[in-house]
Write a protein that binds this ligand. Sequence first.
Ligand SMILES: Cc1cc2nc3c(=O)[nH]c(=O)nc-3n(C[C@H](O)[C@H](O)[C@H](O)COP(=O)(O)OP(=O)(O)OC[C@H]3O[C@@H](n4cnc5c(N)ncnc54)[C@H](O)[C@@H]3O)c2cc1C
Length: 375
Amino acid sequence: MDNKAIVIGAGIVGLATARALAMQGYQVTVVERSHRATGASVRNFGMVWPVGQPDGALYERAMLSRSIWKTICDEAGIWYEPAGSLHLAYAADEWAVINEYADKTSTERQCRVLSAQEATEHSSAIVRDGLVGALWSPHEMIVDPREAIAAIPGWLQEKWGVEFVWGTAVTAIQYPAVYAGNRQFMADQVFICSGADFETLYPEIFSAAPITKCKLQMMRLAAQPDNWRIGPSLCGGLSLTHYKGFSSAASLGALKERYQREYPDHIKWGIHVMVSQNGAGEITAGDSHEYGGTHDPFDRQFINQLVLDYLKGFARFKDETITETWNGIYPKLTNGEEHFIVSPEDGVTIINGLGGAGMTLSFGLCDQYIRGEGV
Ligand SMILES: Cc1cc2nc3c(=O)[nH]c(=O)nc-3n(C[C@H](O)[C@H](O)[C@H](O)COP(=O)(O)OP(=O)(O)OC[C@H]3O[C@@H](n4cnc5c(N)ncnc54)[C@H](O)[C@@H]3O)c2cc1C
């Protein structure tokens, strides 16, 4: 008889955990509060984004995730596009950061700098006025999070026999029993992958943990006419200051100082601007970052406007109609670490705190952790 495992939460972390456990021979049941996943995992850009990760273990983990994503998408018939990414420079200080990054990472990452002309050959969405050049990275891949997160449970069920129990909130754990109201499940191993709802189970662990919540505002633009594609995902200079991948660039400090002077509102609201395009041709644009334990549930129009104003500086689309706006919340560690894995009691493990990189790192992290590799 297989060992039994229960995974709580069917976001990307829960799905990645379920996959890794099933591959180790566990008989896995995923228990999800909602009737389908509606958390951070369906609210993101769908960017699998190695370029943003620092050298070493995190970059390798991102690349492992990418290969797992590809295998799953191929097997499950889920759309994805390994379109790469372009970080666009419109000023000398942005260009300096990009060149330093490319110099430091050229062998490991296959990134290279492109002239303005070469960059615009990669994407006709790019604004040419004032463009100095770009960083091209081939490894970024896009999935449509709404489609992928809805489809992966079916693949897990079919390929690995993972069972899903939807619409069932876990209310307590008394190992080896897991309770959803008066319904009881028994397991040899319990994994809590509850994302931003980290208050419900083991609240004392989280109240003592270096963790907060980050709210992000996002927008969707219409499906582009005539199957027009933007090609790679696109980012402006502000993204150079957001991702740790760029922190090794010596001139990053000077760039941050200029942005602080010239874009104080963008900095205040944690805005950096990226766009991806899904298989239906829709553009996803964002985002902002507000930190705190409890967030105002409403979106602020001026934040969306700041994002759009900045976006117009580096990308234009054939149809710029905004069709949807939303926000998402993810747990974020405040000690600079990349994930939170703790065992509150024997047989119970919490996996949380992947912040803004859950789509990029979860498959790799959970694969490595469940296989017993040090993470
Ligand atoms: C706007 C936005 C953009 C982002 N963009 C990217 C990106 O492009 N690339 C990237 O790598 N990352 C991105 N991220 C980060 C990424 O989306 C998150 O790191 C990731 O989705 C977190 O996954 P999760 O499974 O922990 O959480 P969630 O997706 O929130 O899933 C947690 C699940 O647990 C369930 N649950 C909670 N409590 C219980 C309970 N007691 N019983 C049963 N079920 C329970 C919830 O209902 C939920 O479905 C973005 C995040 C946001 C918000």
